[in-house]
Design a protein around this ligand. Structure first.
Ligand code: PLP
Length: 393
């Protein structure tokens, strides 16, 4: 069966160039970068080069790059590392649509006595900037806002938010896990103090991430151990993965234009055809201010999980905007925060593309999706009720 992989916001394929760069560091070049001998020294040199590649990609200084194990660790480290540096400040601000790597830290902080503000979004997924501004106060220790949403792809006005936050002297962390490789990032011209990225979202392997920490930013190490990462993250470096991430960042910089032209055009083509061929379908989130690879679409009166399973039988890999928890299909927190109607939120599917997708693959989806939706609507009591209500009208 052919595989059409359009779930790149979940994870991406490791680029062949990335794998090739990594391989020698599992076999011949396995030294510890901290060792004094030449065998470790040559590995240290390569780790330094990877740090420079990542710094170049982010418009940062190599000394500002801290390698971590994933995006979740980077987000957690930014939050806990900052709160620990300002023990007298007990207020944390974030949004209602963050990834669980930030979202699920909120109840934990509340249990520890922190006050947490989660700023709302509107129907198109835009952050309420007035609410954000009003929430900032002297006791705010940190503001953490995602650059772009993993489900809808909606991009927040990060520099505008940063100006607001920095004008109050508050540290500013940005989860750029989905934005990296799709939006140009330049920390030299930015208000951002800390920024998280994750390797497996940009064609490096799973299990490697970065926390950018601007020079002069107060930060207490979250993982305490050796002197690695200038004392900001203990633990022997994950050498092959760091080298892979360096290469992936170099490629992502080169491929940024293709992401924003060819991949965007493929996504727009898929979206236009879906809307043309399937009635009662809506796109979730601001269609113009969105990552070039992401399409979140809701098919009214059907369940996302059923669509996914039938797509999967045809080799098409996408994801849904619901989380199957304790037997009930709850629409995702993102779609709920946006106020997407229940009938639509349940039938939401996310297609997320990469530079490895082709027009033929989009045509394959377009050929098979409409009959799947029709088949599910034919057995949906909600769809039947809807049709009856239309006849009455
Ligand atoms: N932040 C965002 C916006 C994400 O989409 C993800 C992963 O989906 C993460 C953080 C977590 O990254 P990781 O899987 O590397 O822990």
């Amino acid at each position: 069966m052919k595989t059409v992989y359009v779930d790149n916001n979940a994870t991406t394929k490791v680029a062949p160039e990335v794998l090739e760069a990594m391989l020698p560091y599992f076999t011949e070049l396995y030294g510890n970068p901290s060792s004094m001998h030449f065998f470790g020294g040559q590995v240290q040199k390569k780790v330094n080069e990877a740090r420079e590649q990542v710094a170049d990609f982010l418009g940062a200084d190599p000394s500002e790059i801290v390698f971590t194990s994933c995006g979740t660790e980077s987000d957690n480290a930014a939050i806990f590392g900052t709160l620990d540096s300002y023990p007298e400040k007990r207020h944390f601000v974030t949004s209602r649509v963050e990834h669980p790597a930030v979202l699920n830290v909120c109840p934990y902080l509340e249990r520890k006595g922190y006050r947490v503000t989660q700023v709302s979004v509107d129907r198109e997924g835009h952050l309420d900037l007035d609410e954000l501004k009003e929430s900032l106060r002297d006791e705010t220790a940190l503001v953490s806002i995602m650059y772009a949403n993993n489900e809808t792809g909606v991009i927040f006005p990060i520099e505008e938010i940063g100006e607001m936050v920095k004008s109050k002297g508050i540290p500013f962390h940005v989860d750029a896990v989905q934005a990296a490789g799709k939006i140009p990032l330049n920390m030299k011209k930015s208000t951002i103090d800390m920024l998280s990225i994750s390797g497996h979202k940009l064609h490096a392997p799973k299990g490697i991430g970065v926390l950018y920490i601007r020079k002069g930013t107060k930060f207490s190490p979250y993982i305490i151990g050796g002197h690695q990462e200038r004392g900001r993250r203990g633990g022997t470096e994950n050498v092959p993965y760091i080298i892979g991430l360096g290469k992936a960042c170099e490629l992502a910089k080169k491929n940024l234009e293709e992401e924003n032209t060819r991949v965007r055009a493929l996504r727009d083509y898929l979206e236009a055809k879906i809307l043309e061929k399937i009635p009662n379908t809506l796109v979730n989130g601001d269609r113009y201010n969105r990552l070039p690879n992401t399409l979140s679409v809701s098919f009214e009166y059907v369940e996302g999980e059923s669509i996914l399973l039938l797509l999967s039988d045809l080799g098409i890999c996408a994801s849904s905007g619901s989380a199957c928890t304790s037997g009930s299909l709850e629409p995702s927190h993102v779609l709920r925060a946006m106020g997407v109607p229940f009938t639509a939120a349940h039938g939401s599917i996310r297609f997320s593309l990469s530079i490895y997708n082709t027009k033929e693959e989009m045509d394959y989806i377009i050929e098979h999706l409409p009959p799947i939706i029709q088949k599910l609507r034919d057995i949906s009591p909600f769809w039947k009720d809807y049709l009856k209500s239309k006849i009455k009208d």
